[in-house]
Design a protein around this ligand. Structure first.
Ligand SMILES: Nc1ncnc2c1ncn2[C@@H]1O[C@H](COP(=O)(O)OP(=O)(O)OP(=O)(O)O)[C@@H](O)[C@H]1O
Ligand SMILES: [Mg+2]
Length: 302
């Protein structure tokens, strides 16, 4: 088990009149290689939860274990946790502080003692992983880049630590469709080719449908659903109560089912839906063909 969250509670401004209870008895486990989406209405506790995964926030009650180590540890042990679980904040570009892209991405591994040729290779690798050209961008100020490039620099600056888990809080928020598509494609590749464990907080169900297998729906500081994304999105009425609207593809699939087509309710992508429809049409044709061979008496009156 990579990350184990055991019945955690967390409040902001505790023991003050302004206390806000953000998490109330949350438990979940994350296993190596999983890809998980965390969703729910604004203010339900998603960011608060993921900031517990690397010890940035410590629960008031309950425990978070990263490879068996409680995040309450200090010093080197805490640093090791932060390296294993890389967290990319929402609008991470607001936190750039180095003068060029190279230094921004080199910052974390440098702090880990990586230097010289190895550091350069590390930065080059991280940039490649997110589709940024090392030679042309290394000396640029991060602030000269486009929104999508900035976001990718931010992701690269966490990837350069070579974390085991990459946690992204709203990775595509505020990006144009092209920037969005690029980042999603790169994340999918990281997952497929490098078996990176991914946790993605997102308000975009369309994005998540392309990249995660499991979804955790939060509601007012608690977990309302934790299971396969195909199951969640095939139950539109259930998830709607938590402000979740399945992607158009899932909605079309469920409409087709309600009109008598036996479409698999778990289809997630346009390609999967197209394939389902193609197979259903072929089956229908085969039935008709078999019917016509048996003679006219088998043809139903129209
Ligand atoms: N720094 C803070 N101080 C006080 N209250 C906070 C703070 N950060 C979050 N909260 C409150 O804690 C609750 C959970 O917030 P959180 O940011 O975890 O929600 P979220 O699900 O990430 O929302 P969003 O979708 O808007 O990002 C909310 O009621 C929020 O107002
Ligand atoms: Mg948030």
């Amino acid at each position: 088990m990579l990350i184990e969250v055991r019945n955690i509670f967390f409040s902001y401004l505790p023991r003050t009149p302004f206390q806000v209870r953000a998490l109330e008895g949350v438990s979940l486990t994350i296993t190596q290689g999983e890809s998980i989406g965390i969703v729910g209405r604004t203010g339900c506790g998603k960011s608060t939860l993921v900031q517990h995964f690397n010890g940035l926030l410590i629960p008031e009650e309950g425990q978070v274990l990263v490879e068996g180590v409680d995040t309450r540890v200090k010093g080197e042990a805490l640093k090791a946790i932060r390296r294993k679980v890389g967290l990319v904040f929402q609008y991470p570009e607001d936190q750039f502080f180095e003068e060029n892209v190279f230094q921004e991405i080199a910052f974390a591994p440098k702090n880990m003692g990586v230097e010289g040729k190895e550091l350069e290779e590390r930065v080059r690798w991280a940039m490649e992983m997110v589709g940024l050209d090392f030679a042309t961008l290394r000396d640029k100020s991060p602030f000269e880049l486009s929104g999508g490039q900035m976001r990718r620099v931010a992701i690269a600056s966490i990837l350069s630590m070579q974390p085991e888990v990459l946690v992204l809080d709203e990775p595509t928020a505020g990006l144009d469709p092209q920037g969005k598509r690029l980042i999603l494609g790169k994340l999918r590749k990281l997952r497929e080719e490098h078996a990176l464990t991914l946790v993605i907080v997102s308000h975009s169900m369309e994005d998540l449908a392309q990249i995660v297998d499991r979804i955790v729906i939060m509601d007012r500081g608690k977990i309302a659903f934790d299971g396969p994304i195909r199951v969640a999105f095939s139950q539109g009425d259930f998830v709607k109560q938590f402000g979740i609207f399945p992607p158009v593809v899932s909605q079309v699939a469920s409409l087709l089912r309600s009109r008598g087509f036996e479409i698999n309710p778990g289809v997630l992508t346009p390609a999967e839906l197209a394939e389902e429809i193609r197979v259903k049409i072929l089956e229908k044709k085969e039935r008709e063909h078999a019917g016509s061979k048996r003679g006219n008496w088998s043809v139903r009156p129209s």
